[in-house]
Ligand binder design. Structure first.
Ligand SMILES: NC(=O)c1ccc[n+]([C@@H]2O[C@H](COP(=O)([O-])OP(=O)(O)OC[C@H]3O[C@@H](n4cnc5c(N)ncnc54)[C@H](O)[C@@H]3O)[C@@H](O)[C@H]2O)c1
Length: 314
């Protein structure tokens, strides 16, 4: 049993706060000059330039699904912000643009299937050996099968969940274990590690002209995982957030549009901004979430959809 003496009254609390405030206001101890690191609770916004907050210098970012599409574009974003980049993908080789990435930053391509846990674990060990640690991770590997619900073969539904849900789960778990192990080698003592999952607007609403029941539900699972891990890993100083794009111009969308002739027009007209998204539209958000610019954000989602998620007037 706790005795009443263990609690302080509201009046005592008020008094304590007043005393601390008065000590701060009238203290004779010199306050830090602008080029000194301020103590907790002091005016950090005066001493940290906003552009520095976005820097990924000295960090290694692992990106699944980075052979092409959104993953490759976000690899460029991380590299341009100063990171070293490790790309993991099931494809035997990356898109030709990978050669341009190599000129910007130290990077390496690893052929790895995110559904193969043991293989993925070995790949993460190799990344650790090659780069010395993992400070950030983007999970962009994914597929989007398009077929009416009543016709979906269970084997293909399982494959979609294996890649989009379990692949994301395995990747996040392996990355987080490395981040915990690496804490002693942190870039800055108070820096956070960051996992950015690629969700989808499909977790929130059905998409006109598409039949993607297993995809929608798999992205709903990713969004739930973001919230759970955001909470569960917060004490380890690992932040977990997601970017949920709308319709972005990549092979994944073009493959669906190939067998649905009316879809191309829908993809342009359905978003309130009346255009498809470009991979460029996602780059800044990825750097924000990977960097200390988002140091107090976890368990969150950035929807980049041209307004698609919000609804429509006509
Ligand atoms: N393009 C869009 O409009 C859009 C919208 C919302 C969300 N997304 C999501 O963005 C992510 C990337 O999509 P994209 O448009 O760049 O597609 P994409 O097909 O261009 O690229 C996906 C990449 O994932 C890789 N991949 C697939 N299965 C894999 C596996 N088992 N192991 C490792 N790698 C694997 C592919 O080889 C490919 O390089 C996906 O998760 C997708 O669901 C895309």
């Amino acid at each position: 049993m706790y005795g009443a003496s263990r609690y302080i009254s509201l009046a005592q609390l008020n008094q304590a706060c007043l005393t601390i405030t008065a000590r701060r206001l009238f203290s004779t101890t010199p306050r830090p000059k602008s080029n000194q690191t301020p103590q907790d609770g002091e005016e950090k916004f005066l001493t940290h330039h906003v552009m520095d907050l976005f820097s990924l210098r000295g960090r290694t970012i692992a990106i699944t699904g980075g052979a092409q599409g959104i993953g490759l574009a976000l690899a460029f974003a991380a590299a341009e912000a100063g990171a070293q980049v490790a790309i993991l993908d099931a494809a035997s080789k990356p898109h030709d643009n990978y050669n341009r990435l190599k000129k910007i930053a130290r990077s390496r391509y690893y052929q790895a299937d995110v559904t193969d846990y043991n293989g993925l674990e070995q790949t993460f060990e190799r990344i650790k050996e090659d780069f010395g640690g993992i400070h950030g991770c983007i999970t962009a590997a994914g597929i989007c099968p398009d077929q009416p619900f009543l016709e979906r073969p269970w084997q293909e539904v399982k494959r979609c969940f294996d890649i989009n849900v379990l692949g994301t789960f395995y990747t996040a778990q392996l990355a987080a274990r490395h981040m915990v192990r690496n804490k002693s080698q942190a870039i800055e003592s108070d820096a956070t590690s960051s996992i950015v999952m690629i969700g989808s607007v499909a977790a929130h609403r059905a998409s006109a002209g598409q039949y993607i029941s297993d995809y929608c539900s798999s992205k709903g699972a990713v969004l739930s995982l973001v919230k759970e891990l955001g909470v569960e890993l917060a004490e380890q100083r690992i932040r977990v957030n997601c970017i949920s794009p709308g319709y972005i111009r990549t092979d994944l969308m073009f493959d669906i549009a190939k067998h649905r002739p009316k879809l191309a027009a829908i993809l342009q007209s359905e978003p309130p901004m009346k255009r498809m998204g470009d991979r460029l539209d996602l780059k800044a958000a990825a750097v924000y979430l990977l960097s200390e610019g988002s140091a107090y954000m976890t368990g969150g989602e950035i929807l980049i959809t041209g307004g698609l998620h919000a609804g429509r007037i006509n």
